[in-house]
Design a protein around this ligand. Structure first.
Ligand SMILES: [Zn+2]
Ligand SMILES: [Zn+2]
Length: 259
């Protein structure tokens, strides 16, 4: 299984010379099975970096429908997915409301919006999801490849401290022993109290989760729009002592699983 990260920025796309190494495009991730099956998780503006790898007719899964996760969907107009999944019934309505005049000029092509029972089999990949704490709701995805034993868990947006102990335990069971955990680390621990209820976690939360679910590798994602490359580099140096396999991840990073 191959993972390609198109964009790791959170909330808003940014474009500045001091934000090029980690990228300014919002969250989008391509998962490709060894048999060629493609699952795209979210259509943030980082999707524009994934288009060269994407083939029409694949599956797009949404963690939720905040703008930073759906904005680039029309970029796939000429290579449209067969299936769009959000395990919530309002996806077609939300997309229709956003991508319609006067907020968007061209209607989206039709697609299959059926919510499959989970775990859903998509080619050689298996897809499961789990509800997490975030304003308006959000799901984490676990994508496994039974043939290779690879597993990746994607949690683009989550406010870990707002989840009850029971809900945290259920999530840890869901994420257990992933080769790669991709987790929202938008805020710094010292920023968190100011932004409680904004829907995001910190690198401390992400590392605690990675340790408890025994993830082999941790990508910290949903970088705050104001965070510069130099700040993220410095965080990565400091983090190495806390967790050898944790890093704020750069757009364009590729992983081959299982590790
Ligand atoms: Zn987001
Ligand atoms: Zn969100």
């Amino acid at each position: 299984m191959k993972i390609i990260l198109g964009g790791a920025r959170g909330s808003f796309p940014v474009s500045r010379p001091d934000k090029t190494r980690y990228g300014g495009q919002t969250f989008s991730l391509l998962i490709e099975g060894d048999d060629g099956t493609q699952i795209l998780v979210d259509a943030g503006t980082g999707l524009t970096n994934l288009k060269p790898y994407w083939r029409a007719g694949g599956t797009v899964c949404f963690t939720h429908t905040h703008l930073d996760h759906i904005l680039a969907l029309p970029f796939l107009m000429d290579a449209w997915p067969r299936q769009l999944i959000l395990p919530r019934s309002d996806l077609p309505d939300v997309l229709k409301r956003v991508f319609t005049p006067p907020t968007w000029p061209v209607p989206l092509p039709p697609a299959d919006f059926t919510i499959p029972p989970q775990p859903a089999r998509i080619g050689g990949l298996q897809l499961a999801w789990h509800e997490v704490a975030h304003p308006d709701g959000c799901v984490a995805y676990r994508v496994e490849e039974p043939a290779s034993g690879a597993a990746v868990v994607i949690v683009s947006d989550i406010e870990w401290p707002l989840m009850t102990a029971k809900a945290q335990d259920r999530f840890l069971a869901f994420a257990k022993r992933a080769d790669l955990l991709i987790f929202d680390a938008h805020f710094l621990p010292e920023e968190y109290e100011t932004y409680r209820n904004w829907g995001h976690s910190t690198w401390e939360d992400a590392i605690a989760v990675a340790e408890q679910c025994q993830a082999r590798q941790l990508w910290l994602a949903h970088h705050a729009p104001q965070r510069t490359d130099d700040e993220l580099d410095a965080l990565n140096v400091a983090l190495r002592e806390r967790h050898p396999a944790a890093q704020y991840v750069r757009a364009g990073t590729v992983a081959t699983l299982p590790l």
